[in-house]
Every structure is written in C-alpha cells, then in structure tokens.
Design a protein around this ligand. Sequence first.
Ligand code: GLC
Length: 576
Amino acid sequence: MFRLCLATLLLMLCTLPALCAAPGEAAPPWWKHAIFYEIYPRSFQDSTGNGVGDLNGILARLDYLEDLGIDAIWLTPCFPSPQVDFGYDVSDYRAIDPGFGILADFDRLVAEARRRGIRVILDLVLNHTSDQHPWFRESRASRGSARRDWYVWRDGKGPGRPPCNWLSLFGGPAWTLDPATGQYYYHYFYREQPDLNWRNPAVREEMLDVTRWWYRRGVAGFRLDAVDTVFEDPRLPDNPLEPGLNPCGDPNMINLHNYKQPEVHGLMRELRKVADQSGAVLIGETYVESAAELKAYYGEGGNELQLPTGHLLAMADRLSAPEFRRRIAAMAAIGCWPVWVLNNHDLARSVTRFGDGVHDDAIAKDLAALLLTLRGTPILYYGEELGMANHDPKRLEDVRDPVGRRGWPTGKLRDGARTPMQWDATPGAGFTRGKPWLPIPAGAATRNVAVQAREPDSVLSFYRRLLALRRSSPALLDGGYRELNPEDPHVLAYLREGQGQAVLVALNLSPEPRAVAFDLPALGWAGARPQVLLGSGGRTPMAGLPAELEPFSVVIVALGRSRPADPTGRGGKPLE
Ligand code: GLC
C-alpha cells in the first residue's frame, strides 16, 4: 500500500504544472474540477445536543471536509420551515431556520469555508413554498388577495371534484380544497407545499431576487430543487392513466401535463443570467429517462444549467459493467459536461442498492473509483466516503418522512439514507450528545470517520487517495473518455486521455477474479510504461498492466506522459 501511495505522490509531483492552463488558454470554470459534497444539515453535526444537526455543527467539521478534498458543499434547505418535508417546505427564503442557527452563523460558515477553499451552494425550492409562507397565507386569505395569483388556484369541476385528475407525487390528489374561498390549490408534493404560479412575472422577479440576495452573501450557486415540476399546463387537461397502482396506492399516471413542460427552459435561462453575474453555478435536480433528454437542460450553447443531474448512474438497477458502460456512453454521446451522482437524500444509499452484503466495502471502493475517475463533475453525499449503507426503520411508528409512512411498508423510504453522519464510536456517533433525530446503526461503532481514518485500507482512506489522485491528474480532470474492451461483461474499463497523458481505469464489477487484457499499441500507447497509481485489490502489482483483477476490485494505471505515436492524427487532443 505504501508503495502505491509513493507512486501516486510521484505522479502528482510530475504532473502538477500541467494543471495550469497554457498561456492564452482560458482556465476551466471552477465547478468543472470541483468535488461537490451534499450535506443534509439535520444529519451532519449537532452542536447543541438536541439531536438535530445545525450550521455551527457543519462549521466544526469544515477541517474534515477540507482535508478530504472537498471544493463545494451543497446544503439541502436550511431556510425557515415547518419541516413537513424536512426543509423542502420553505416559509422564508431570506433567512435561516432557527433550528439550524441564525444568519450570522451562516455568514460565518461561508467565510470559514471560503478560507479553506470551500464554496457553499444552497438548495432553492422553486416549485412550491410552505403553506405557512406569508405569501401563501396572503394568497389564501381571499379570492381578491393581491397574492392570489402567486399560487395555482382553480375552481373544482363540481362538488367534491377537483379541477383535474392530477396526483401528488407523495400520494392522493394534487388539489386541495380551501373551504374558506371555495377553490382548490395545486400541490405536486404534500398539501403543505402549494405550487407557486411561475407564469406570474412577480413570482419570477421575486425568486430571481432571492438568488441575488444570497449571491451577495457569498453563496456560490444553487441546487435547483424539482426543476421538472415547476410548470404545468394552465388548461389543466387530465393526465392519462396506466394500469396498476403506485407505491402510494394511487392509480399509475403519466404526468404528461404537469411535468417537464417546455416553459421551464426560459426560467432556467433567466436564473442562469443572474448566476453568471456572480460566477455562480446552477445544479439542477433533473431526473431523466435518457442522456439525450438531459441535453435540453444545458440549453442552447450552454445557456441554462451548468450541472443538470441526470442521475444516470444512480438509476442503474444493478452493478453491471455493460449497464454502466451503456449509461456512460450515452452521456458521452451528447457532448455535454457530465455530472455524476450515486447518492442523495432521496435515494437508498448506493451500497444498499449495489452491494451484495458480502463485498460491500470492495463495492463501495469500485463505486468511488467510478464516480471520481469518469469525465465530469462528481457530487458526493455525506457518509458515502465511509461506505455508509441505509439504516431503514423497521416499524411504521419509527418512520419520520411522511411519504414513508404513507407508502409503508412497500413504498419509498427516505429515512434510511438520511441517518446521522458517523464520526466516531461514541453512542451518538460523534454526531450528537443527545438523542439523534434518526437512529444510528450499531455498525457505526466501527464504520466511522475516526476508525476509518486510521485504517489504510478503509473506504475513507481509499476515497482520500482517489480524491488526491484526481486533483493531481490532468487526464482525470480534463481528459477525454475512451471506452475499452466494450464486450467485457464483467470488467468496466476506460481510458482518460489528454495533454499527452492517459490513465487507464479497470473495474471488476463481479464477485470472481477476472482476466483482463489491453492492447496498448492499438490504443496508440505502444511505448507506454504503465505505472499503477491506485488499486483496491490486495495483490495489485506496481508496474505493468494487470492481467487479472480480484473480485470487485479496481486498478488505476498511468500509461505515460506522452504518446509515442498518434495514429488518430488529432495531435493527442482529448477524445470527445
Ligand atoms: C426534491 C427533494 C426532495 C423533496 C422534493 C419536494 O425532490 O430532493 O427531498 O421532498 O423535492 O420538495
């Protein structure tokens, strides 16, 4: 292991100058090379002992994040909120929820993060507010209210009949009757989350102004929540139904008229214009069926979102080389800068989805290597670097997330992916002195930062080495992606090439050892002297290409600094 680290260090030293842009060449925007890290503030670090995380807790852990090599933290909503949807029901966009701290804490967090080279990204909930937001209270006060048109109000089709058949993602009709005014309001999510009417220019102006307000406070960008649901067809046509019931027990429905409406692109462009004035980044929560669909969110000439998250890797239904290869190739084919995500606060943790219960740590390292060696910007989710798995509630009465209660026991369970960060082996896992808002698994006694930081072969140590390697390697940061051995059913392999360098990555995604062979001359690297930069298998040799990969292992190999021949005639330019 020591020898591997030494090789990594040597490569880092000899490639560092290449990180700087050549004279006359524009430096890439900061978010292209950045490692983003999603923090669920309720679960990262509690500084008060009330069992819920807060901003001062995050502040106390900035050194850890800096040390890990994180460039930007995305905080899920920490604005004032009744917490029905744990912050995704905002009741004031220009303040901090008292449970998380005060604005001065936030300002200090931004300043202290900046001192460590870490940017802060906030989560902007566009689609809806809380029903406790003063805008909605005013809106619902009367039909004639000045803010009535800030939300989507409609008459029903008759007694007990909502304006159309649309359903809430979180169960039941998407329309709730307001008895006082006799009209229904629309909510794609919980009834406590009324949809804003984005066709009202006043709403647009106000929300653009909210972004300016935070940019002035030093925020480096936003993750835009639920982008796909912002607009709906104002004519309210019924959606088509499909056979069967969804996990909430409602009929299956195709959200043809209230999802992914074309108007959303105009809004993305407006938000982007404002973001550009501050050099800020926009990350989009954009779930798609295909990479081709994702392309639209980048906009014409890249004038919409810099980082729309298609969740293409996360949506793979199993750990499979052909499946991942296909998804990566689809992304490469659209010619846009990819964003890679394996985990977030809405998904079961990747170790739970892709693990086999036997080789989970090896699989966590495979996934880490994939996320951090692909071409594109990665977003990590807290605890991913420890190989944390889901810790799902076993009894209905323990479920905190309302949608989890509604769909119990077969529906979507989000609590299990939101449990506290595991810092050490104390009863509160170093997260809290009190009773944690979600339970900490018994395994936290060994799977935690303190323990893993001491173990050279831990998932955390592997992440650290990978992150350092990525930062130091121009080929990994900017190089093109070239698929290798496309027919191999078990080993996912690719080259990252650029600036006369190449890094070969080979991941065995199967539980058996697998033979591998790479034809370097055919790849244009005839004279290369391969040097292993990092490997997760215990027996990875230092020099040369491996002939066999251990079960669920990865090897990352530098081929050399310059290509001896250039059979493509492209002068060694990155492959798109
Ligand atoms: C997004 C968030 C999710 C939330 C929903 C409604 O999908 O990621 O956590 O429940 O929006 O705001």
